[in-house]
Design a protein around this ligand. Structure first.
Ligand SMILES: *Cc1c(COP(=O)(O)O)cnc(C)c1O
Length: 421
């Protein structure tokens, strides 16, 4: 459920008509709903009620300062995957003890910054990383709290580019070697082993892979405790999918996911962390764009819009489907015609949808890409020297630009000319 609904013939974000934002900000732009962000965070928080838990929003899904603040004010922790994200979380006022540091390629500088600023735990992904983190912590006279990310070798049944829990993926250590690696970690004086971490992929639309992974984590926790490790925290990653095509998808609900966690892991008495990103932000954001031209082609019409692959790369990169709806509500029973929806970038890859059935549209009309709040703005670029797409946050009847569109001068002046030119 989200808070983007037609009222009086116009698509609104909460109480604000999108046409009003388009007039003020220009197009294209991302628009997020505070109410939807809040609702989705609370669904997870409530799904784990009764268990000691922390919902750590996976910031990489949408990392604007205003979004982080909105979620942090509700009690969210943050899952960060880079020094930049760590700095963003801290700048938004998130205390170190609510920040989990994930990722396969943490650098010495990133480790130092997080240890200095405070961190809930590092989710360590390899033995060389254990050694480096141990060395960095000892240099600073500290002990780094860690979990080790185990790779449970389960098939997440999602797009290959976002599956992370099979043995051939680069993530974590093979679960079969976990006891050996935990023994090694426990012997390093700069590390404090607090738990186990797992994250098997993104956009999972069925609970079975989670069940397989969490059962393996439960077994492993028993073995590690028998080996003498004080396993008191389980980080279960993110990955719960969202319905991108409203008509035919119904991924599991956070309540069902919470019930599975209780069932597979509840008896262990561990503190539970989860790291949802997509489900919190995905349906809380739209990309709004304007139709530039309707161009007749061979057997199809092209809807050329002012948004492009540099603004929303998911269709080009993951073959992702986004529902695209007109901002002016079509009359009931309006005839639908097929469009290839494309952007202005000089690549055929700049195609959002092929033969998409939509009500007839004209130049100047606004369209909204649904479910664009996660992995949308954060993956945007300035390819073709198109200004980085702005972001807007709505809260009931108010809206605010939370990242402004840069001017051409601002973009150009980021380059510097060497002395010899
Ligand atoms: C990407 C990622 C997440 C979030 O995944 P979603 O599918 O957006 O919920 C959580 N944890 C880790 C370690 C990740 O890499």
């Amino acid at each position: 459920m989200d808070h983007f609904l037609y009222r009086h013939g116009q698509l609104h974000a909460e109480e604000v008509p999108l046409t009003e934002i388009a007039q003020a900000v220009g197009t294209p732009f991302y628009c997020y709903s505070t109410a939807t962000l809040t609702r989705h965070f609370r669904l997870f928080d409530e799904a784990l009620e009764g268990l000691e838990h922390l919902v750590c929003y996976a910031m990489k899904a949408a990392s604007n300062q205003a979004i982080i603040r909105t979620l942090a004010a509700l009690g969210a922790g943050m899952d960060v995957v880079s020094g930049g994200e760590y700095a963003r979380a801290r700048a938004a006022g998130v205390p170190g003890e609510r920040i989990v540091f994930s990722g396969v390629g943490k650098t010495r500088d990133e480790m130092r910054a997080a240890l200095a600023g405070g961190v809930r735990q590092f989710n360590v992904e390899s033995e060389p990383e254990l050694d480096l983190l141990n060395a960095v912590a000892l240099e600073m006279g500290l002990r780094a709290p860690i979990t080790i990310r185990v790779n449970p070798d389960v098939d997440a049944r999602t797009h290959a580019k976002i599956a992370t829990g099979k043995s051939e993926n680069k993530f974590g250590i093979p679960i079969g070697r976990a006891r050996e690696v935990y023994a090694r970690a426990a012997a390093l004086p700069g590390l404090d082993v607090v738990g186990v971490d797992v994250h098997i992929g993104s956009q999972l639309t069925d609970l079975e892979p989670f069940r397989q992974a969490y059962e393996k984590v439960a077994d492993l926790t028993g073995l590690l405790r028998a080996d003498g490790h004080d396993i008191r925290r389980l980080d279960l990653g993110g990955g719960l999918g969202i319905p991108y095509a409203r008509s035919n998808e119904a991924p599991p609900l956070p309540t069902e996911y919470g019930a599975l966690i209780r069932e597979t892991l509840g008896h262990l008495g561990c503190e539970i962390e989860i790291e949802p990103g997509r489900l919190v932000a995905g349906n809380a954001g739209l990309l709004v764009s304007r139709v530039l031209y309707v161009k007749s082609g061979e057997g199809r019409d092209f809807l050329i819009i002012d948004g492009a692959m540099n603004d929303l790369i998911r269709p080009a990169m993951y073959d992702a489907h986004h529902d695209i709806v007109p901002v002016n509500e079509p009359p009931p029973g309006a005839e639908q015609v097929p469009y290839d929806v494309v952007g202005p970038v000089c690549e055929t890859g700049d195609t959002f949808a092929r033969a998409r059935m939509m009500p007839e549209l004209s130049p100047g009309d606004l369209v909204a890409f649904r479910s664009a709040g996660a992995y949308g703005a954060v993956m945007a670029s300035e390819y073709n020297t198109r200004p980085l797409v702005p972001e807007v946050l709505v809260n009931e009847h108010q809206f605010a630009v939370i990242r402004a569109r840069p001017t051409f001068d601002e973009m150009i002046n980021r380059d510097t000319i060497p002395r010899w030119l």
